[in-house]
Design a protein around this ligand. Sequence first.
Ligand SMILES: Nc1ncnc2c1ncn2[C@@H]1O[C@H](COP(=O)(O)OP(=O)(O)O)[C@@H](O)[C@H]1O
Ligand SMILES: Cc1ncc(COP(=O)(O)OP(=O)(O)O)c(N)n1
Length: 267
Amino acid sequence: MTIPRALTIAGSDSGGGAGIQADLKTFQELGVFGMSALTAITAQNTQTVTGIYELSEEAVGRQIDAVVEDIGVDAVKTGMIASISIMEVIADKVRQHRLSPLVIDPVMISKSGAALLDQPARQALKQTLLPLATLVTPNLHEAEVIVNRSLSTSQERMDAAKQILDMGASAVIIKGGHTEDEEAVDLFYDGEEFHTFSAPRYHTPHTHGTGCTFSAALAASLAKGESMYKAVETAKQFITKAISHSLNIGKGHGPTNHWAYNRYSKD
Ligand SMILES: Nc1ncnc2c1ncn2[C@@H]1O[C@H](COP(=O)(O)OP(=O)(O)O)[C@@H](O)[C@H]1O
Ligand SMILES: Cc1ncc(COP(=O)(O)OP(=O)(O)O)c(N)n1
């Protein structure tokens, strides 16, 4: 039996709802062996981020080398990257080890408002990491930063998706968590066709870690050999279930429920 293996290169969320913790929980629920390379440690809960402690470039690089050279990796995702120097190490390691498929979640700001990627790195992303992406998963705000304009209409989002592929990514999904629409509609483009993936929008404050969980589910599904289209379908079902059963934990935005996809599959 082959065991699918996925690596997350991301930051730690001490509150357990986002970052490495959300990724590993998601990998586990989807039957994938999870590994991690930490980029930064955040002191974080459901209300706020009170500290960010970046790891050295050497520490990031060595974690990636260690798991790739021994265990092997069937899919990789990146989350919080923090700075340009860490981004450059990740890009070097992706090239050196030919890491693929690569899901890039271009995390910039937490829901509580903390900067998880510094300003210069937000621009560097376009040259450094996007050209290596099998799939990049910006939310609306991140897509606007990448193309440097506001994206109010679906036509503007389609044009932005094309522009992101022109930057070198193989496919993009612009997530619809932050729109006013009645449904949560994600726009997928792979250079050939546009697809939308829709689900009911849940009016809950407990959405901490939605983007991390979604991109981790994508990486896990790709690690299992699912096609890109099927992986997006699986990830959308996983995150929708996790939001519909989200957890009222802490005093702020509680986390999504990583066990809901398996435990409440009949709802
Ligand atoms: N309130 C919601 N109800 C249903 N789906 C949601 C809701 N908020 C986000 N989603 C979905 O969760 C996934 C992550 O999207 P989003 O929240 O935009 O990412 P991020 O955490 O990066 O801001 C997407 O599939 C999006 O459509
Ligand atoms: C350590 C860490 N990484 C990423 C995030 C952002 O996660 P996201 O899924 O976008 O969720 P919110 O922060 O928007 O709730 C994070 N908070 N911490």
